[in-house]
Ligand binder design. Structure first.
Ligand SMILES: Nc1ncnc2c1ncn2[C@@H]1O[C@H](COP(=O)(O)OP(=O)(O)O)[C@@H](O)[C@H]1O
Ligand SMILES: [Mg+2]
Length: 263
């Protein structure tokens, strides 16, 4: 690949207070508009890797560039700006803002990022198009986002990640609350929308059955030389929670179960 969208070389990351490295990655490149399925056991460093790519965490060693920018060389404020301008994030718990409507949740990145706003054009129209593509009808748009079913909330989170065409879309095990058929339907829609926007998609899951349809699969056990040695295997501290921009309220657990969803 000529100029990769993401370029990691000899990246080492160690959590504070831990003796062993959590991540040790010799080489990892992702091209623009590539769809990568990253799998690995709980505790293998998947969320930590995503947080490095999103500029939330910084490696102690190595080279990490995203869109040609060396993230470790940027200030914290510049990394926040990079993230809101160029990265769409879908978290396991979706992190929708409970007191905002579906539509306002989707529009949120455009409020934080002028670049996303400009790329969206008419941002309400852009939100409407995404919501329609993801199968969320207009009758839902003014509802508080967290009153929707889990499957619907997941699609709201996807629309929010996609609005304003960020170059990188990151999804951290966002489907685990859904059954297999719904997971696959959601993934199909997500891949389709990323392809339409020419965004790279990094989709993380411990469930390899979801890998079908991805152009590329990456196994953390192979990518991460530190996987399986050291760290607190199995505790899986949900590092992605830290990826919420400081200006957004902290994530809260889902309050409702799956009900009547048409994924
Ligand atoms: N905030 C944290 N502080 C210290 N250690 C952490 C933190 N988050 C994760 N870890 C550790 O890093 C390792 C990888 O975690 P994580 O990236 O969440 O794995 P995965 O997403 O693959 O389940 C685990 O050993 C975990 O305990
Ligand atoms: Mg994780």
């Amino acid at each position: 690949m000529s100029q990769p969208l993401l370029d990691l070389q000899d990246v080492v990351f160690r959590w504070p207070g831990q003796a062993a490295a959590c991540l040790d990655i010799a080489n990892f490149q992702v091209a623009a508009d590539e769809h990568v399925f990253i799998h690995g056991e709980s505790g293998s460093g998947k969320s930590t890797l995503l947080n490095l790519i999103a500029g939330v965490l910084l490696p102690q060693q190595g080279r990490l560039t995203a869109l040609g920018q060396p993230l470790p060389a940027l200030s914290a404020a510049a990394r926040d700006r990079f993230r809101v301008d160029h990265v769409g994030l879908i978290f396991q718990q979706f992190n929708l803002i409970p007191y905002l409507s579906v539509l306002d949740n989707v529009l949120l990145p455009c409020r934080f990022s002028r670049r996303r706003r400009e790329r969206a054009g008419d941002m309400k129209q852009a939100a409407a198009t995404l919501l329609n593509h993801l199968g969320l009808g207009e009758d839902l748009w003014q509802r508080p986002a967290t009153q929707l079913s889990v499957g619907q909330q997941q699609r709201v989170a996807a629309a929010r990640a996609l609005i304003g065409q960020p170059e990188i879309v990151i999804a951290d095990e966002p489907t685990s609350a859904l059954d297999a058929a719904r997971q696959e339907a959601f993934l199909g829609l997500l891949r389709q929308e990323c392809a339409a926007a020419r965004a790279a998609l990094l989709f993380v899951s411990h469930d390899q059955r979801l890998a079908e349809g991805f152009g590329r699969r990456v196994d953390m056990a192979e990518l991460n030389r530190a996987a399986g040695r050291g760290g607190d295997e199995g505790t899986a501290g949900e590092a992605a929670g830290a990826a919420v921009p400081a200006s957004l309220p902290h994530p809260r657990p889902l309050s409702r179960g799956e009900r009547g969803d048409q994924a």
